[in-house]
Design a protein around this ligand. Structure first.
Ligand code: FCB
Length: 436
């Protein structure tokens, strides 16, 4: 039995657009994900988050689920357009009330809220003004953070500024597969810079309002690995790490962009003002890491599927040792910082049989990744907690509802929630504070 340190935080995560629905209710403004998902051809089967898990109306039932799970911590995000429908200025009281009630109910149930300010649902009006390409958005983000912290900061201690800036910038502005759907590499690097700058500015603003706030950022990371181990492969892996992971981790923890990647992006690098990197590198109370898989390359191309490896419904390789290697790499190579795994989980094809969902592959995925966390702690990594993705099945961005990551199955036709076997498994992990 692998027992975790006494204060280790067990949690589950969700995000506003993926679960809330109620997209046009109670004064909520339009977000870039409403616009994107309502545009034909952008999401699988034209799925949208209009209803999603209807969590906006059913949050009390979902809180019951969390209690059933004996969940000590819940990571969720706030929908900016619910709070500030015009992006800036007038506050929508109903939006703030929604999260206010949720926070009170969580605390009453002894569940610690971990609140993410930005999990991709930018107000569309701000996108119309240039989105993350317009430097002024950093001021808008600070104003938004201040409004939320003023209301919730007496009860919420754990703040995350951004979820996965890589996805905001690279998937949204370079690859075009996330909102707002641009395909322009130089633009994506500028967007990334503004996201990072807004993180630093918001961290300052949150601490000014709430001195005991714990402020972090959540980055999606993976190890870059190669099938062959030649000097060329090693050089390639280092460059790819810098472009995908170091591009976000280095500014935040080291106050600089990684040099080789910077040189490789010649002609496309972002415009930066003199103090930007100092602002971005605010001391962090924690670093959140979302880990799903390693990135395996065959020469400079992504490796074909390995015959003896397992893949999820996303076609992501199941590879828990990569999580261990990622944690120990960051511990070895970067300045010390407490770490949380803020997301980890897997999509598999789930079916309901006699009212139950048996998901043995998700159970082993969780078991192996939790064991990797334990090994990392034993080897000196300052890992403070683990959040499963996700509390329940939800809108998986461009994949719509076709990918189920939940510990809880959601029947979208009836909105019935059915805890899967992995839910019971995770409940035992939490109760025993460990895994076999
Ligand atoms: C992460 C996102 C999260 C979810 C998982 C599967 O990139 O943060 O919203 O979609 O992937």
């Amino acid at each position: 039995m692998l027992i975790f340190p006494k204060n280790f935080v067990w949690g589950a995560a969700t995000a506003s657009y993926q679960i809330e629905g109620a997209w046009a209710e109670d004064g909520r403004g339009e977000s870039i994900w409403d616009r994107f998902s309502h545009t034909p051809g952008k999401t699988r089967d034209g799925d949208t988050g209009d209803v999603a898990c209807d969590h906006y109306h059913r949050w009390r039932d979902d809180l019951e689920l969390m209690k059933q799970l004996s969940l000590p911590a819940y990571r969720f995000s706030i929908a900016w357009p619910r709070i500030l429908p015009n992006g800036r200025g007038a506050i929508n009281a109903a939006g703030l009330d929604f999260y206010d009630q949720l926070v009170d109910a969580l605390l009453a149930a002894n569940i610690q809220p971990y609140v993410t300010l930005y999990h991709w649902d930018l107000p569309q009006v701000l996108e119309d003004a240039g989105g993350w390409l317009n430097r002024d958005i950093t001021n808008a983000f600070v104003e938004y953070a201040q409004v939320v912290v003023k209301r919730l900061g007496d009860r919420v201690k754990q703040w995350g500024t951004h979820n996965e800036p890589f996805c905001t910038a690279f998937l949204g502005y370079r690859d075009g597969v996330h909102a707002p759907g641009l395909r322009d590499e130089a633009a994506s690097l500028q967007a990334a810079h503004h996201v990072l700058l807004s993180h630093g500015l918001a961290a300052q603003a949150i601490r000014a309002l709430q001195p005991d706030a714990q402020v972090g950022i959540v980055l999606n990371m993976w190890t870059v690995e190669t099938l062959q181990d030649t000097p060329a492969d090693r050089a390639f892996a280092e460059m790819q790490w810098q472009k995908d992971c170091g591009w976000y981790l280095d500014p935040v923890l080291r106050g600089q962009y990684p040099a080789q990647a910077w040189a490789a992006y010649e002609g496309k690098v972002p415009a930066i003002q003199p103090d930007d990197l100092k602002i971005i590198a605010q001391p962090l109370d924690y670093l959140g890491l979302n880990y799903y898989m390693r990135a395996l390359y065959d020469g400079p191309r992504r490796a074909a599927k390995l015959p003896d490896a397992e893949y999820t419904e996303m076609d992501w390789e199941v590879h828990a040792p990569g999580l261990y290697r990622l944690l120990t790499k960051i511990q070895r190579e970067y300045p010390a910082v407490p770490i949380y795994i803020t997301e980890n989980g897997a999509a598999f094809k789930d079916t309901v049989e006699n009212g139950a969902v048996h998901d043995p592959r998700r159970v082993s995925y969780l078991r192996e990744h939790i064991a990797a966390c334990h090994q990392a702690i034993n080897d000196g990594v300052d890992l403070r907690g683990y959040f499963a993705w996700s509390l329940m099945d939800n809108f998986e961005w461009s994949h719509g509802y076709s990918k189920r990551f939940g510990l809880t199955y959601v029947d979208y036709a009836t909105q019935q929630r059915i805890p899967k076997d992995s839910f019971q498994f995770y409940r035992e992990v939490i109760k025993r504070n460990g895994v076999d």
